[in-house]
Design a protein around this ligand. Sequence first.
Ligand SMILES: Cc1cc2nc3c(=O)[nH]c(=O)nc-3n(C[C@H](O)[C@H](O)[C@H](O)COP(=O)(O)OP(=O)(O)OC[C@H]3O[C@@H](n4cnc5c(N)ncnc54)[C@H](O)[C@@H]3O)c2cc1C
Length: 417
Amino acid sequence: MAETLAVIGGGVVGLNVALALQHEGFAVTIYDRDEATGAAHRGASHRNAGGFAFSDIFPLASPGIMARAPGWLLDPLGPLAIRPGHALALVPWLWRFWRATRPERYRAGVAAQTALMTHSQAALERQLQVIGGRELISAQGQLQVYEGAASFAASSAEWDLRREHGVAFDLLDSPEQIADIQPGLSPRFTHAGFTDGWINTIDPARWMAHLRAAFLRAGGEIAAAGVQAVKPGEADIILETTQGEHRGDRAVITAGAWSHRLTAGLGDRLPLETERGYNTTLPPGAFDLRTQLTFSEHGFVVSRIGEGLRVGGAVELGGLELAPNFRRSKALLQRAKRFMPALKTDGGAQWMGFRPTLPDSLPVIDHASATDRIVYAFGHGHLGLTQAAGTAEIVADLMLGRDPGLLMAPFRTARFG
Ligand SMILES: Cc1cc2nc3c(=O)[nH]c(=O)nc-3n(C[C@H](O)[C@H](O)[C@H](O)COP(=O)(O)OP(=O)(O)OC[C@H]3O[C@@H](n4cnc5c(N)ncnc54)[C@H](O)[C@@H]3O)c2cc1C
């Protein structure tokens, strides 16, 4: 009989992990407390920007960010905000974040992120071959725009690093060149980097539905249950859930921004926070968008979602309990209107999502210290969609005692002491 495996959390990471372990012959059940609520998912995966951002190899914790942060923080609706009600709880995480900005740690972070990206890009291709879904992927590149030569020059080290790590791109230095790729932007954007190979899913919700259907088709089960605790048994694992106690052979914790609540019970105290992100999805006809647009200095992106488009981003360090501040979605939309004057901003639907994030911007992919029967996979921050297929293959390797083929130390729990 097949070994049973519980996946706790059915976001994009959980679904990918479930598929990968099902492929290895496990009888997999996903436990998700939002399963019963249908569309009202609290997780980050259903309404994100949809970018497979394989060229985004830079940890948020970067040299220089601490100098820029106070300026951003002065604007309560700017790209980075700390909610006063969460500020005190955030101090230990911020301290670790600051330490991760040291140049040598940053360089190591870029190398680790690049390795996971390379692995994830290949894993996505393998996944497409197994379960299909190519019709849900669009390849229109990504245009990252800058206002003036000085702000472009400030980003040149990042473009150099991308080149060093094998990312292909073109640099543009006039509004005319930019307009050839994306007409209709304000002429204040004079410089840009265009990453031709960038891909998006046409809609993260449809991507999730596709993964879920493939999992169910292959005999997977989804339980509408919240997991309150995961415990190692003698030769199995025990889940305490809102639907009673369940036993199984193995488990993977993929509960996004809530994962640390479960790992703490297993003796692994991890500094997981959430970078809350906001967006607005606009109906068809809002703008003739030709590529994904990234306004990095302003902390937001614009991507095509179905026939409409989605404007969003920003980072709000506000924990898991405080109510969303949708003035943030509105502020991003107003800014987008300034940058894309023909943008029609009516009829949008707002959303806030919890990015799960560790202070060094790298996920945890590791065994629980209490038992090899439990594996953790969470903390993908801005990149969970991008890294989910690669993470899932690594989890399968860890479960089966195989070498994942990349240096795992940067993703271990032990890096947090
Ligand atoms: C505005 C925004 C834009 C983004 N854009 C992109 C992008 O373009 N590209 C990209 O790669 N990434 C993007 N991201 C990040 C990406 O969405 C996340 O990294 C990813 O969705 C995290 O997936 P996850 O499966 O770890 O967590 P989630 O999607 O949050 O899923 C976790 C699930 O676990 C469930 N759960 C939690 N605790 C329990 C429990 N105790 N018992 C049972 N179930 C539980 C939750 O209800 C949830 O369904 C974006 C995020 C935001 C907010």
